[in-house]
Design a binder for this molecule. Structure first.
Ligand code: F6P
Length: 362
C-alpha cells in the first residue's frame, strides 16, 4: 500500500559535475509546490548521514531565486570516498557503517531518499535502500556517462563541451607552430567524452579505453596527415587508455583509490619519437567537471528531478530515472547496478569516427 509522504531527503554522491544543482532545484520545486512535502538536503553525500546530528538543511523555494540552476558543483557538497559498507577508518582499518546511515535517515524521519550519483554511488545507495527498507530513487550523474540504461547522465554534455572548446583553442596554435597537440580528457574506463569531443572538435586521432592502442597505427596516421600537406594534427586521448596487452597505461593509487591522469604525456613522447613531429600535451582535468551546466544538462536534470519526485509519490522504490528516446523513463536499479555502459564499438559514434578517417588506435 502507498504510504503518505510528508518529508523526503536528497543528496549528491560521488564526483561533482555541472547540473547537480539543477536536479536539486527540480526536486524541491516538484516536492514542495506539487505535493506540499518538506525536502531535506543532506550534506556531503552519505557522510552527512553518518554525522550526528545528521548534517542537513531544509531546502525551501526561497533558496532557488534564479542563480542555482546556472551554478556548477553541488550546493550540498559530495564525496567520492568511503564506501559505507567498507568505510576507511583513521587507524587504517575498515568498518561497515551502513547501519549508521540507515539510522541517520530514521532520525530525520524522512519517508524517502533521492540520491544523485554515478554508477558506484548507485550500487551503494541501492544496497543501503535494500538493507534499510527505505524508499529510494536514483538520479544518474557523471561526466563519464557510463551509467547503464540512460543515454545521458547529468554533467556529461558540459564536460564534452569543455573538451570541444579546448580543441577549438588548440587547433589554431597547433596550426601556427606545425605541432601535434594531445588533449587528455577524463572519463575513467569509458571513452565517451573522448570520442564525442574528438568528433565534434575535428580530431585526427581519438584513443579510448575500449580500444587498446597500437602506437604504430597512431604514428602512421600522423605521418599521413603531414604527407597530405597539413602540418598539424589533434589527438584526443582518454585518461585510462590501454596498451596492446590490454593493460591500463598509467594509473596511480591514492588512499586506496585508482586515479588516472597524465597518460597524454606518454602518448606525446611516443608520437614525437615515432614521427619526429613536435608535440605538446594538455591535460584538461577537473576543468571538465566545473562551469555552467550546458542546456542539455539543465534540461535532463530538470526532467530527472521532477520524475524522481513523481515516482516517490506513486510509491515506487529502487528505480533510477533515465533518458531514453527523447524522454524521461525509469528503470529497476537492480538491473542498472550490474551493467556498465562504455563506448559501443558497433554503434553510430564509432562508425562515424571511422567514416571520417579518424584513427582510433587500431
Ligand atoms: O568519475 C568522474 C571523474 O571525473 C573521472 O572522470 C575521473 O577519473 C575522476 O572522477 C577524478 O576523481 P577525483 O575528483 O577524485 O580526482
Amino acid at each position: 500500500m502507498k504510504k503518505e509522504i510528508r518529508k523526503i531527503a536528497v543528496l549528491t554522491s560521488g564526483g561533482d559535475c555541472a547540473g547537480l544543482n539543477a536536479v536539486i532545484r527540480a526536486v524541491v520545486h516538484r516536492a514542495v509546490e506539487g505535493f506540499g512535502w518538506e525536502v531535506l538536503g543532506v550534506r556531503n553525500g552519505t557522510k552527512g548521514l553518518m554525522d550526528r546530528p545528521v548534517d542537513c538543511e531544509t531546502l525551501t523555494l526561497k533558496l532557488f531565486t534564479g542563480n542555482i540552476l546556472r551554478l556548477g558543483g553541488t550546493i550540498l557538497g559530495t564525496t567520492n570516498k568511503g564506501d559505507p559498507f567498507n568505510y576507511p577508518m583513521s587507524d587504517g582499518s575498515h568498518k561497515d557503517r551502513s547501519d549508521e546511515i540507515i539510522d541517520g535517515l530514521k532520525d530525520l524521519g524522512v519517508d524517502a531518499l533521492i540520491g544523485i550519483g554515478g554508477d558506484g554511488s548507485m550500487k551503494i545507495l541501492n544496497r543501503l535502500a535494500e538493507k534499510g527498507e527505505f524508499q529510494f530513487i536514483g538520479v544518474p550523474k557523471t561526466i563519464d556517462n557510463d551509467v547503464a540504461f540512460t543515454e545521458f547522465s547529468v554533467g556529461f554534455t558540459t564536460a564534452v563541451n569543455s573538451a570541444v572548446d579546448a580543441l577549438d583553442r588548440l587547433q589554431p596554435t597547433a596550426a601556427s607552430h606545425s605541432r601535434v597537440m594531445i588533449l587528455e580528457v577524463m572519463g575513467r574506463d569509458a571513452g565517451h567524452i573522448a570520442i564525442h569531443a574528438g568528433i565534434a572538435g575535428g580530431a585526427d586521432v581519438i584513443l579510448i579505453p575500449e580500444i587498446p592502442v597500437n602506437l604504430d597505427k597512431v604514428a602512421e596516421k600522423i605521418k599521413a596527415v603531414m604527407a597530405s600537406g597539413r602540418h598539424h594534427s589533434l589527438v584526443v586521448c582518454s585518461e585510462a587508455i590501454k596498451d596492446e596487452a590490454g593493460k591500463t597505461m598509467l594509473q596511480n593509487m591514492v588512499d586506496g583509490q585508482v586515479l588516472y591522469g597524465g597518460v597524454g604525456h606518454i602518448i606525446g613522447e611516443k608520437i614525437h619519437e615515432m614521427t619526429g613531429a613536435e608535440t605538446r600535451v594538455t591535460v584538461l582535468g577537473h576543468v571538465q567537471r566545473g562551469g555552467q551546466p550546458a542546456m542539455r544538462d539543465r534540461l535532463i536534470a530538470s526532467a530527472f528531478g521532477v520524475h524522481a519526485v513523481d515516482l516517490i509519490a506513486q510509491g515506487k522504490s529502487n528505480r533510477m530515472v533515465a533518458w531514453q528516446h527523447r524522454g524521461v523513463v525509469d528503470v529497476p536499479l537492480e538491473e542498472v547496478v550490474v551493467r556498465y555502459s562504455n563506448v559501443d564499438l558497433g554503434g553510430t559514434i564509432v562508425a562515424t569516427a571511422r567514416g571520417l578517417g579518424i584513427c582510433l588506435g587500431d
